[in-house]
Design a protein around this ligand. Structure first.
Ligand code: PEP
Ligand code: MG
Length: 589
C-alpha cells in the first residue's frame, strides 16, 4: 500500500489516495464505516480458573501483535509522504505500553474470570469515564487515541477468535473498512447494505475476495493501514478494478467517478441481452457456462445470469455463522431449494470444504505453528468426522430425487481418500435404501483437482470418478506454495505460471482421453482474459460467479477455435513472462 497526498491526522477533509489489491471490480462511492470498533458488540462469557492463564496469554498475544503492527506502521510512515502521521502512531505505541492497557485487562480477566474482550471493554469504559469532565481540546483528543488503541487490540483478538457482531451504523451506501474479514463475516453482509469493502489484509483469491465478487460489490484488500488513515464517516471512492481508494475526493474527482459508475451500469445492461443466447464459439462448438453459489438464496442470481447449471455449490457456507451444525433435514431442505430452483438443470454440490480460511464455531486452529491450508481441510476433515460426512451425503442424496444432482469431493490427494469417500457415498445410499427413502441411484460423483498430486497422478483417480472439476484457486496455491489468504505473498499468485498452465492443460487432456467431463470452477473460469486460453486447452465447461457469466459468454461467442489454437500452443511453450503476456494479449486482441 502507498498513501499519497498528505494531511494532518486531525484535518479530515484533505484528499488522498491509497492503493491495494483490487479483488472485485467496479466503483462505489459512500461513507466509511470502520469495522470492529468498540461500538460493536462484545460478547461476555465466563471462563474457569484453569482457563485464566490461557486467556491472559491470548490477550498478551493480541497486545504484541498490535505493538508489531504499530512499529511497522511507524517505520513505513516516517520516511513517506505521510511523515507527519508518525507522532500520532507513536502516541498509540506509548499508550499500548502503559499499564492501563498492558496490565489492567489481565487483572480483570483474573479477578472476574471473563474473556479478554470483555476485560478490555471494562477497562476502556473506566478510562473513558476519566475523560468525561475534561474540557481541554488537546487532552480530549487523547480520548480518541485511547479508544483507537483499544479497538486495535480488539481487532487482534478477533483475529484469533472472532466474536463481534456486525452492525452497520448507517443505512445508505456505507463502505466497510476493516483490518481483516473472514468469509463468514462477508457472507453476513448479504443482509446489510454495504456498497463495498476494503481490508488491510487478504489475498486476491481468498474466500473473502471470492464472496465479494459473488456479491458483485467492489472490494480492495491488502491496504495495510486503511484503518489508521480513514476516519469513520469520511466520504470515499472505491475503484475495485484499479485497487484504488480515494479519501475525501474533491468535486471534480467525484464527478469523474460518478460518470464511470454510470458507464459501467450501461455496459452491464448491454450484456444482459446475451442472457438467453446459447454459449457457442464462432465455429459452432457448444460451451457450458455454470454458476458457483454459496447459499440457496443465490439461485435468483443464477437464473438472472442465464447459467445452464450450478457447477459448484460451496455447501460449507450453510455451516457458518452459527453455533450448531445443520442437521440432515435442514441440509436436505437447502439442497432441495437449489435443485428445484434450477428446474432440471444440473446442480453440483461440493461436500464440506471446511478448514484453512473457512472455519466454523469451535473449529478454528489456535496453534500459530500449524498451517491450516495444509491441515485437516475438505475431504480430510470429512473423513475424520464420518458422522458429519454421512449426514451431508444422506441430505444430498435425498435432494437428488428432485432434479439433477452431482456430488463433488474437494481436495482429493490420495487413493485412500477417494476410496473412502466413495465408500461413504455407497454406505449413505444403502442406509437410505434400507429405510425406503427415494434418491437418484445414478448420482455422478466427481473430484476436485486442486492439489498438484491429483493433477499429476490423475490416471490413478480418473477411472473411479464420473467427472472432474479443476479448482484453480487451490491448485495455484499449492503449486506455487503461496497462501491464497496472505497479502504478503499475494503478488506471487500467478495463474499464468508455466507449471500451473501445464497442470491445467494436462488435466483437461487426460479427461478428454478418458472421455470424462471436466470443468474449471476456480476464479480463472470467470476471468475473460483467460477464456480463450482455456477454450484452446479444450475446456468446454466453465463454472464461475454469476456476475461474470455474461462477460465470459460474450468472449466465447466472439472466439474461433481454429484461429486461437496455434497461439494457445505457443502459450504452453512460453518460458518467459514477457512472452507469455504478449501471447495472452495477442489471443485477446
Ligand atoms: C478452488 O480452489 O479453485 C475452488 C473452486 O474451491 P474454493 O475456492 O472454494 O477453495
Ligand atoms: Mg478449493
Amino acid at each position: 500500500m502507498t498513501a499519497e497526498g498528505s494531511r494532518a491526522a486531525t484535518a479530515s477533509s484533505v484528499s488522498f489516495t491509497m492503493h491495494g489489491i483490487g479483488v472485485s471490480g467496479g466503483i462505489a462511492i459512500g461513507h466509511a464505516h470502520l469495522f470492529a470498533g468498540m461500538s460493536a458488540e462484545v460478547d461476555h462469557y465466563e471462563i474457569t480458573g484453569l482457563e485464566v492463564i490461557r486467556e491472559q496469554r491470548r490477550y498478551d498475544r493480541a497486545v504484541k501483535e498490535v505493538r508489531d503492527e504499530l512499529s511497522e506502521l511507524s517505520d513505513s510512515v516516517r520516511h513517506g509522504p505521510s511523515a507527519e502521521l508518525a507522532p500520532f502512531v507513536n502516541v498509540h505505541r506509548l499508550l499500548l505500553d502503559d499499564a492501563a492497557f498492558s496490565e489492567a485487562p489481565r487483572d480483570i480477566i483474573r479477578e472476574q474470570h471473563c474473556n479478554a474482550e470483555w476485560a478490555l471493554r471494562a477497562q476502556l469504559d473506566e478510562l473513558l469515564a476519566q475523560f468525561g469532565d475534561i474540557q481541554d481540546p488537546y487532552l480530549k483528543e487523547r480520548e480518541d487515541d485511547v479508544r483507537q488503541v483499544a479497538e486495535r487490540i480488539l481487532g487482534a483478538l478477533a483475529g484469533t477468535q472472532r466474536r463481534i457482531a456486525i452492525k452497520p451504523v448507517r443505512e445508505d451506501a456505507s463502505i466497510l473498512v476493516a483490518r481483516d474479514l473472514s468469509p463468514a463475516d462477508v457472507i453476513l453482509f448479504r443482509q446489510h447494505p454495504f456498497a463495498a469493502f476494503v481490508t488491510d489484509l487478504g489475498g486476491a483469491t481468498s474466500h473473502t475476495a471470492i464472496i465479494a465478487r459473488s456479491m458483485n460489490i467492489p472490494a480492495i484488500v491488502a491496504l495495510h493501514h486503511s484503518r489508521s488513515f480513514i476516519h469513520e464517516d469520511e466520504l470515499i471512492i472505491i475503484d475495485g478494478t484499479q485497487g484504488v481508494v480515494i479519501v475525501n475526493p474533491d468535486r471534480s474527482v467525484l464527478a469523474e467517478y460518478r460518470l464511470k459508475q454510470n458507464q459501467a451500469r450501461l455496459e452491464r445492461d448491454k450484456l444482459k441481452r446475451l442472457k438467453s443466447a446459447p454459449a457457442a464459439t464462432l465455429d459452432g462448438t457448444p460451451v457450458q457456462l455454470y454458476a458457483n453459489i454459496e447459499l440457496p438464496s443465490d439461485v435468483e442470481s443464477v437464473k438472472a445470469s442465464g447459467a445452464t447449471g450450478v457447477g459448484l455449490f460451496r455447501s460449507e457456507f450453510l455451516f457458518m455463522n452459527r453455533r450448531d451444525l445443520p442437521d440432515e433435514d435442514e441440509q436436505y431442505e437447502a439442497y432441495r431449494e437449489v435443485v428445484e430452483g434450477l428446474k432440471g438443470l444440473p446442480v453440483t454440490i461440493r461436500t464440506l470444504d471446511l478448514g484453512a480460511d473457512k472455519t466454523v464455531e469451535g473449529q478454528q486452529d489456535h496453534d500459530p505453528v500449524t498451517n491450516p491450508a495444509l491441515g485437516l481441510r475438505a475431504i480430510r476433515y470429512c473423513l475424520a468426522e464420518p458422522q458429519v460426512f454421512n449426514t451431508q451425503l444422506r441430505a444430498i442424496l435425498r435432494a437428488s430425487r428432485h432434479g439433477k444432482v452431482l456430488i463433488l469431493i474437494p481436495m482429493l490427494t490420495t487413493w485412500n481418500e477417494l476410496s473412502q469417500a466413495l465408500a461413504a457415498v455407497k454406505q449413505a445410499k444403502e442406509q437410505l435404501r434400507d429405510e425406503g427413502v427415494k434418491f437418484d441411484d445414478y448420482v455422478p460423483v466427481g473430484g476436485m483437482i486442486e492439489v498438484p498430486a491429483a493433477a499429476i497422478a490423475l490416471p490413478m483417480f480418473i477411472r473411479k470418478l464420473d467427472f472432474l472439476s479443476i479448482g484453480t484457486n487451490d491448485l495455484i496455491q499449492y503449486t506455487l506454495a503461496i497462501d491464497r489468504a496472505d497479502d504478503k505473498v499475494a503478488h506471487l499468485y500467478d495463474p499464468l505460471h508455466p507449471a500451473v498452465l501445464a497442470l491445467i492443460a494436462g488435466v483437461i487432456r487426460t479427461a478428454q482421453q478418458h472421455e470424462k467431463p471436466v470443468a474449471v470452477c476456480g476464479e480463472m473460469a470467470g476471468d475473460v482474459e483467460l477464456t480463450r486460453m482455456l477454450l484452446g486447452f479444450g475446456l468446454r465447461h466453465f463454472s464461475m460467479h454469476p456476475a461474470h457469466l455474461l462477460g465470459v459468454k460474450q468472449r466465447v461467442l466472439m472466439t474461433s477455435l481454429p484461429d486461437i489454437s496455434p497461439i494457445v500452443a505457443r502459450i504452453l511453450r512460453a518460458d518467459e513472462p514477457e512472452k507469455m503476456q504478449a501471447l495472452i494479449e495477442k489471443l485477446n486482441s
